[in-house]
Design a protein around this ligand. Structure first.
Ligand SMILES: Cc1cc2nc3c(=O)[nH]c(=O)nc-3n(C[C@H](O)[C@H](O)[C@H](O)COP(=O)(O)OP(=O)(O)OC[C@H]3O[C@@H](n4cnc5c(N)ncnc54)[C@H](O)[C@@H]3O)c2cc1C
Length: 461
């Protein structure tokens, strides 16, 4: 990065921060207090929500947990007429869904993993989700944030209205930062009205997978229906097309017919699996956020707020489930290469499951890895061995080769969501941003020693 650009970035950042905090009361939060305590003692720390995905997202060094859920888990403000809710970052997806369902509203995406994921963690990891309403991404749904940065300062970015873009976009910066720049304590989220019908539909294609792909994928790309679509494969099962079909009865009927045509010849009939969203047996009252005096933070401690209503499993759960002892990769290539790319994935990783996201041209690959006998059953995640990682690297090389041999023209971008301890390369800009928000380097520190990166490590959240 040139000096001029670098100066422009830091200038824009500092300007935006003072703009977003000016006029605010000199706010503090229990989490800010804890961060300052850690800074004073030079102890590294890491935010923890429900603790279901501490193994994902990157190679974090050991750090003391700061439990967000204990302090920030209630509703701060909810104006259903505005389709915006402001909540503590420790509220879970399940709690948010219960509260918004009572007003005929919803959060548009349900991430991979657990219904007990906290919203702060979901935003911090920019969690991916299958078949999100309207193909929305996490960054589309976060309007504003309150964050305690690595200096213990409370920052507020964005706002509580849909149109609110001014200065450097700190909301986007913290969405997907994996807690390395600070701890999210509060969020303003965009909601959607529940459509009259919101169905999960499935078509199975009982031909050999390679044939079924050739018969359906080009049409899916060329004549894409205006609805979220996924092609999925699990070893030993037929290729399956999934769709989220929402709207009124006439639209749903029309899209269902279109889906049958898109699946190609030989496909089974379209199965309507029912309402896509988790139905809750009884809505709960909105808990209201109250300041908490205690500064103690114990990992996994719960606020005792909402969450008591039992949820009936949603048909979408089958797609959201991810084994913890597996490598999860996101592969992406231009959609013009879709057929050779997906065929090459299927050929190269015969034991893996995958989901190809037709709208985005991205593929989620889940490669299970062997867990040695000495690892107890209750250990939730076991990192793959050196040998397993080396084998995966070899398979990735082979994938590029197979895709090119089948006619792919573009490179394949690979990102690891789970199972590999390799930090993203740090650019000069990354370093500058980190230095601005966490100059002491104590906030969610990366584990950088190269010889440790692929070590067999047992993570116990
Ligand atoms: C089996 C499984 C598979 C998953 N697969 C994927 C996937 O492929 N892609 C994907 O994007 N997501 C994935 N997720 C993540 C999940 O969808 C949520 O994003 C969420 O991270 C889990 O919620 P949690 O409260 O348990 O998070 P935790 O496990 O508590 O934390 C997850 C991460 O977020 C950080 N964090 C937690 N709270 C905060 C906060 N308030 N501020 C800043 N940082 C915070 C933590 O330090 C940690 O790095 C998966 C989760 C599971 C359980």
């Amino acid at each position: 990065m040139s000096n001029a650009m670098s100066n422009a970035v830091s200038g824009a950042m500092s300007g935006a921060i003072s703009a977003t905090t000016s006029g605010m009361p000199n706010a503090t939060t229990p989490v800010a207090h804890l961060v300052r305590e850690h800074l004073a003692a030079r102890r590294s720390f890491r935010p923890v929500g429900s603790g279901t995905w501490l193994h994902g997202g990157g190679p974090f060094a050991d750090a003391e947990p700061i439990a967000v859920r204990s302090h920030h888990a209630g509703v701060v403000e909810y104006e259903p007429g505005d389709l915006v809710i402001t909540v503590g970052a420790g509220m879970t997806w399940r709690e948010l869904s219960q509260i918004t369902a009572a007003h005929g509203q919803m959060f548009a995406l349900a991430p991979y993993g657990s219904d007990d994921s906290t919203l702060g963690a979901m935003v911090s990891t920019a969690a991916a989700a299958p078949l999100a309403l309207g193909d929305l991404l996490m960054r589309d749904l976060v309007l504003g944030l309150e964050v305690v940065d690595g200096t213990g300062e409370v920052l507020r970015a964005g706002g509580r209205v849909v149109k609110n873009v001014a200065g450097f976009d700190l909301v986007r910066l913290f969405t997907g930062a994996h807690g390395t720049l600070g701890i999210i304590t509060q969020l303003s989220l965009r909601l959607h009205a529940r459509p009259p019908l919101d169905r999960l539909m499935r078509v199975t294609m009982p031909r050999p997978v390679a044939d079924a792909l050739a018969g359906s994928l080009p049409a899916l790309i060329a004549q894409r229906a205006p609805l979220p679509l996924l092609l999925s494969h699990t070893p030993g099962q037929p290729l399956t097309l999934w769709a989220r079909v929402s709207g009124n009865a006439a639209r749903v009927a029309a899209l269902r017919a279109q889906l049958a045509a898109l699946a190609g010849t030989g496909a089974h009939e379209v199965d309507d699996l029912g309402d896509i969203d988790t139905p809750f047996e009884s809505p709960v009252e909105s808990p209201v956020e109250s300041p908490v005096e205690s500064a103690s933070a114990t990992m996994g401690e719960s606020s005792g707020h909402a969450g008591s209503a039992a949820a009936v499993p949603s048909p979408l759960d089958a797609l959201r489930h991810t084994p913890v002892n597996a490598a999860v990769l996101r592969l992406r290539t231009p959609r013009s290469d879709a057929l050779p790319f997906v065929q090459a994935v299927h050929r190269t990783f015969p034991d893996a499951s995958w989901q190809y996201h037709v709208e985005r041209g991205s593929l989620r690959l889940v490669v299970p890895h062997h867990v040695p006998h000495h690892v107890p059953h209750d250990v939730p995640h076991h990192a793959p061995s050196h040998d397993a990682m080396n084998e995966l690297d070899t398979q990735l090389d082979l994938l590029y080769h197979h895709a090119a041999a089948q006619g792919a023209l573009h490179r394949i971008a690979v990102a690891w969501d789970q199972g590999r301890a390799v930090p993203a390369p740090r650019s000069a800009l990354d370093q500058q941003v980190k230095a601005r928000f966490d100059p002491a380097g104590l906030c969610s520190p990366w584990r950088v020693a190269p010889e440790l990166l692929n070590d067999t490590v047992v993570h116990t959240p």
